[in-house]
Design a protein around this ligand. Structure first.
Ligand SMILES: O=C(O)CC1=CCC(=O)O1
Length: 260
């Protein structure tokens, strides 16, 4: 699968699924690789050509020096589409992937059909949590914050019920390149995309997790109410709702993308 050059950074891109069908692009959460979408791939590839990628600083993609920004992440996506010669896609991004989706929906509307913004926010009222995380990771590596982060990703019930999935998610997080992870946390600490929301004209679905403390339902509601005509679906999940409620998440995505 291709490594695509975006402004000097090689991005790991994987394309699966139906040739010639509509295309859906998936975009990851912080500390995750494109593997985070495995629970959806079987269903989605029956209906769509599916593009996944590792955001710069993650997975098999390059880790250039920061600072990173939502604009940089958005331009990376446009470089992938240009390289693959794809004019228009649907978008489904979770957490940081939803933040990049907001930037793209506002700044490259002609490239996006429907947009799904899952477990995400458009700003953080207080950057303290991000600044504390940056300090802790600089001192102790990602392992130092891993248990706290995982407790935000998946509810206690799920972690008890699905220890292997939980261990896989934790291994993925800890394997993230530290410098890339830090550069992403820095971009999150200054995030404010509130002014972009009214410029998003694509049909948009916001998905929020009832037990998501990282990007709570109230953060999803700010996005839903800011984007003209957007709708919202709530799932019984913490932050990584596509893993915790994989069937309900897939159903919400397919239902929204196939509705006329
Ligand atoms: O990893 C986390 O703690 C939660 C999160 C916030 C933005 C994102 O992408 O993940």
């Amino acid at each position: 699968m291709p490594m695509i050059n975006a402004d000097g950074c090689l991005l790991n891109v994987q394309v699966d699924g139906r040739d010639g069908g509509p295309t859906l692009m998936l975009s990851n959460s912080l500390g995750c690789t494109l593997q985070m979408w495995e629970p959806q791939m079987r269903a989605l590839t029956q209906m769509f050509r599916v593009i996944r990628y590792d955001r710069r600083g993650h997975g098999k993609s390059g880790v250039p020096d920061g600072p990173y920004s939502m604009e940089r992440f958005g331009r990376d996506v446009l470089a992938i589409l240009d390289d693959l010669n794809i004019e228009k896609v649907h978008w489904c991004g979770l957490s940081m992937g939803g933040m990049v989706g907001q930037w793209l929906g506002a700044n490259a509307p002609e490239r996006f059909g429907k947009i799904i913004l899952a477990n995400t926010a458009c700003y953080y009222p207080d950057p303290t949590n991000w600044l504390n995380r940056i300090k802790a990771v600089k001192e102790g590596g990602i392992a130092a914050v891993a248990d706290t982060v995982i407790a935000g990703w998946l509810t206690a019930d799920f972690r008890e019920r699905e220890p292997e999935t939980t261990a896989r998610m934790k291994a993925m997080l800890i394997a993230s390149p530290v410098e890339g992870y830090l550069a992403c946390c820095e971009a999150l600490s200054t995030l404010d995309q509130r002014a972009l929301l009214p410029r998003i004209k694509s049909p948009t679905l916001v998905i929020a997790g009832k037990q998501d403390m990282a990007t709570p339902v109230s953060a999803g509601e700010v996005i839903r109410s800011g984007i003209p005509g957007a709708s919202m679906t709530l799932l019984d999940a913490a932050h990584i709702s596509n893993v915790e409620q994989s069937h309900a998440f897939t159903e919400a995505v397919v239902g929204f993308l196939t509705q006329r």
